[in-house]
Design a protein. Sequence first.
Length: 237
Amino acid sequence: MMVLDSACVQYGLARALHDVCITASQDEIIAIVGRNGAGKSTTLKSMMGLLPLSKGKRLFQERDITTLPVEQISRLGVGFVPDTRRIFPNLTVHENLRMGALAHKPGYWTIERVLEIFPRLQERIGFGGDQLSGGEQQMLSIARALLGNPKILLLDEPTEGLAPKIVDELIDVFVQVHRLGTGLVLVEQNLKVPMRLADRQYVLDHGTVAWSGTSKELDAQRDHVESIITTGVSSEE
Ligand SMILES: Nc1ncnc2c1ncn2[C@@H]1O[C@H](COP(=O)(O)OP(=O)(O)OP(=O)(O)O)[C@@H](O)[C@H]1O
């Protein structure tokens, strides 16, 4: 279980997160949703240990990891797929995967197995990273993160800007990865993808959790939650 407990994050004097509490366990898919600037990427980076907390704690498997460097948090079993995708443009798909395998930890995921769930990458195995479509680059970035055999995988806007067919393929992969034992934390700007696969959602607004609940609760309060995402909490008051 990964926990952000009353986490506050500052960029200089500007407050980006205030008292954010989030839990994500290995046996669930959670989504963090909010519009531009709500604090989603900051939350994900805070979970990964890429940003220091000015107050609050982060915990992983009941261990306080608030001051652990990101490399150690990664070694404990937390994977990260940034929105920038971070693949090597001048290396082939296979070489990119071999680079990912350098951080390989024993577990289910091997290069052969990630190529099985991403047949498009198998077809493009000799292509350079810069010859791939946006969707294929996203698949490569996710495949590389899986090679670290994370217990929990954090994904920053993994479906942003992708064609509906590719989004469908990614959703199938997320479901399979989750069934094979990895917890997922997805950041998204709206509820479309989360509604299709997340167990629970957190809605962020102005750096705080404005709403959280299960998918069933979300179904019952869909209009209210949509209005928080599109217009913010203050307009609700
Ligand atoms: N490196 C930074 N330095 C200063 N302020 C930052 C920095 N990164 C983010 N911010 C600010 O922190 C707030 C939260 O940003 P964050 O990127 O976490 O939001 P987001 O919900 O992920 O938005 P987006 O969907 O646009 O990525 C915003 O006001 C943003 O301008």
